[in-house]
Design a protein around this ligand. Structure first.
Ligand code: AMP
Ligand code: MN
Ligand code: MN
Ligand code: MN
Length: 285
């Protein structure tokens, strides 16, 4: 197996990252990435810029997006890779998925106000690069700015997760829809960072089984969100479920993110890399 430095998961300021697509392309190239995908949340608005920037710096490129899905009362993320970003059904699906974000953000701000933190909607908005895509990350940055917490991670723990004052239940896309939008647009759907969801073994088995039944083909094994032990666990699950393996940093910001673009171990040996199945979709510079 020829292993290349593929980084197929990161975010620009078109969603909740802090760098522009062009700056990400330059950083990826500088860090030795050979194949890159920008995977903004629920949004393909940065794809043209990313593709062009990749070509400019001499980087091979796959289109990407990370779709928010509700499954078993939790939020699960599905990464789509190598799709046609102009596909109308995919674009409409993403519009619908992100459509409730402003309402949700206003409700989050109401919850934070009750907890003694006023004006968080306006505060978070100052960090938003794309008004369609206000996320919890933008609230976290604002709460760090005003000194409520010392780090974004701490804000999530105390304010933005289930049961905390700024958390609002939200209905995202259906798993079957997310997988089919990606697949019918010519791409491959991948379960993002499965180690992050806190599922029981039964729930996790259900996620993998249903994902496969809907036509999903891949799973992230090596990601900035996994521990070394989880690399092994999800390598085994990739084999058990006969899924292609993906690799991505989930980079958002030079200071916030613990894994930089391209700075990941290789996929474990026996796995089939998702990018080999997407060879025909790779845009070479
Ligand atoms: P949202 O789509 O608005 O629910 O925001 C989800 C985003 O929040 C994720 O994509 C991460 O970027 C970020 N996030 C989630 N949990 C944490 C955490 N514990 N620490 C820092 N960022 C987090
Ligand atoms: Mn994010
Ligand atoms: Mn994610
Ligand atoms: Mn991500």
């Amino acid at each position: 197996m020829h292993l290349i430095n593929a980084d197929l998961h990161c975010h620009s300021n078109v969603s909740d990252g802090t760098l522009a697509p062009e700056a990400l392309a330059e950083r990826a190239k500088r860090n030795g990435v050979e194949l890159w995908a920008l995977t903004d949340h629920d949004e393909v608005g940065g794809q043209d810029r990313a593709r062009f920037a990749a070509a400019t710096v001499g980087l091979s490129y796959l289109t990407g997006a990370e779709i928010s899905v509700s499954f078993a009362d939790k939020t699960v993320h599905i990464v789509g890779l190598g799709f046609d970003a102009d596909n109308v059904a995919l674009q409409q699906g993403l519009i619908d998925t992100r459509g409730g974000r402003e309402r949700r953000a206003r409700d989050m701000a109401d919850g934070l106000a009750l907890a003694g933190i006023p004006d968080a909607f306006a505060g978070a908005l100052r960090y938003v690069g794309n008004p369609d895509l206000i996320s919890r990350t933008h609230f976290a940055r604002y709460l760090v700015e005003i000194g409520v917490c010392g780090s974004a991670h701490e804000v999530f723990r105390h304010y933005l997760t289930d049961g905390k004052p700024g958390f609002v239940e939200h209905r995202w896309a259906k798993l079957s829809d997310a997988v089919s939008w990606v697949t019918q647009a010519g791409g491959i759907a991948v379960i993002a960072h499965p180690g992050r969801y806190g599922f029981t073994p039964n729930e996790e088995y259900a996620l993998f089984s249903e994902f496969k039944a809907h036509g999903g083909l891949g799973v992230e094994v090596v990601t900035g969100s996994h521990t070394v032990a989880e690399y092994g666990k999800y390598a085994d699950m990739a084999q058990e479920f006969d899924l292609l393996a993906s690799r991505g940093s989930d980079f958002h910001d030079p200071i916030e993110s613990r894994t930089d673009l391209g700075a990941l171990p290789d996929l474990p040996g026996p796995l089939n890399p998702v990018w080999q199945a997407l060879e025909h979709r790779i845009l070479h510079p």
